[in-house]
Design a binder for this molecule. Structure first.
Ligand SMILES: *Cc1c(COP(=O)(O)O)cnc(C)c1O
Length: 392
């Protein structure tokens, strides 16, 4: 059976580097910064790239190669490059592909740091960004300019768990000869594969669900070979590469991605359903709840509703504060995609630096809670959230 024919769970487990002379069952860690050459000719040929091999771990390493290969198989991608963090992946991918004077069209609902890149740093290099809201994708085409290079979006979005129609965005990108880049962090390749819907590149913060246990930072970009080549050349010069240790951890973590995400989705739907009927909650958003504004799109492109639930507690700033102060078991943390359930207050943390007008436009209100479902028993998760909502 060829690699491509195997199922997702099997690929995640049975894709592994060759064994060494010790015939180990678990892949070893290659903690080496450099690799040695046989002779002058091999050294020359390796640097000239006539001979494909590992030279130096800023360029590649057996552990990062294995991690990249797994993600490529999971995403149905031709090639990839792994980074030290999700933001290193986002930044390096965009920086490698845009030139001064280019233009980006982006969803307004993007990760806080990505928004910071677009508003604070890219303008320094004369790269401007135009934004569209998640509820008005039909304006995307009108934002395209002759110098537009990239359409950029996250789906589901952080923190609002809004969903964008990737097939629609890909059709516009194709029509105008621009690239579609999707941040697939919230869905993971297990729930959706953006390339199948026409994306050219997929970026991930591997820190989140790919690691899944809150231990290491990492990022990865996968997609078309010729684009990855540009990203690789930029990265081997600028050095945002993933460490072999973190790559080893992440390759192991991918083996359990499907089972973890299955249970987390199940927990998320149960929590969302509970919250929908709670009097202290103004609204709740979860892609696989019928009340979600993009429910049909979510059903079309996602295998399940994801591991994140967004909801608004009644009572504004005070209501929000009271909720967080009364949480007993769940963690108050900025991370997500952990085995531990995490509740976050985006308005004062991950999106604190986002301008008030933008926060309002993307619905990051003072009472907004972002909940990342963990693997504790759902009854215990709901009990904790219920008592925090109901305490005075
Ligand atoms: C966390 C996150 C990032 C950034 O990833 P890091 O690993 O923290 O650098 C990018 N995009 C999304 C959607 C995220 O949630």
């Amino acid at each position: 059976m060829s690699q491509k024919k195997k199922n997702f769970e099997t690929l995640a487990i049975r894709t592994q580097s060759e064994t060494t002379q010790f015939s180990e069952h678990s892949v070893p860690m290659y903690l080496t910064s450099g690799f040695v050459f046989e002779d002058a000719e091999e050294m020359r040929a390796s640097f000239a790239e006539e001979k494909q091999r590992d030279l130096y771990s800023r360029y590649s390493n057996p552990n990062t190669n294995e991690f990249i290969q797994k993600v490529c198989l999971m995403e149905g991608a031709e090639d990839g490059f792994a980074f030290a963090s999700g933001m290193a992946a986002v930044y390096s991918t965009l920086a490698a592909l845009v030139n001064a004077g280019d233009h980006i069209v982006s969803s307004r609902s993007v990760f806080g740091a990505t928004h910071g890149l677009f508003t604070k740093y890219f303008p320094k290099w004369n790269i401007e960004t135009s934004y569209f809201s998640v509820d008005e994708v039909e304006v995307v085409e009108s934002l395209i300019q002759p110098n537009t290079k990239i359409i950029y979006a996250e789906t589901p979005t952080n923190p609002g768990v809004d969903v964008l129609d990737m097939e629609y965005l890909a059709a516009i990108a194709k029509k105008h000869g621009v690239l579609l880049v999707i941040d697939n962090c919230f869905a993971t390749p297990y729930l959706q594969q953006p390339i199948e819907f026409g994306a050219d590149l997929v970026v991930h913060s591997a820190t989140k669900l790919m690691d899944g246990q809150g231990r290491v930072l990492g990022g990865v970009t996968v997609g078309k070979k010729e684009l990855i080549r540009e990203i690789y050349l930029f990265s081997r010069l600028t050095g945002p590469s993933l460490s072999p240790f973190n790559a080893w951890v992440l390759s192991k973590s991918l083996e359990t991605l499907a089972v973890r995400v299955d249970r987390q989705c199940e927990n998320a739907l149960k929590l969302a359903t509970f919250l929908e009927n709670h009097p202290q909650v103004n609204w709740v958003k979860y892609p696989f709840l019928k009340s979600h504004p993009q429910y049909d799109v979510a059903k079309k492109q996602m295998k399940n509703g994801g591991t994140m639930v967004a909801f608004e507690v009644k009572g504004g700033v005070e209501g929000g504060r009271n909720f967080f102060d009364n949480i007993k078991m769940c963690s108050l943390s900025a991370n997500l995609g952990d085995t531990r359930t995490i509740v976050t207050h985006p308005a004062s943390t991950t999106h604190a630096k986002v301008e008030p007008e933008v926060k309002q436009a993307v619905n990051i209100t003072d009472g907004l809670v972002r909940c990342s479902l963990g693997l504790e028993h759902i009854d215990d998760i709901i009990a904790d959230i219920k008592q925090a909502l109901e305490s005075k």
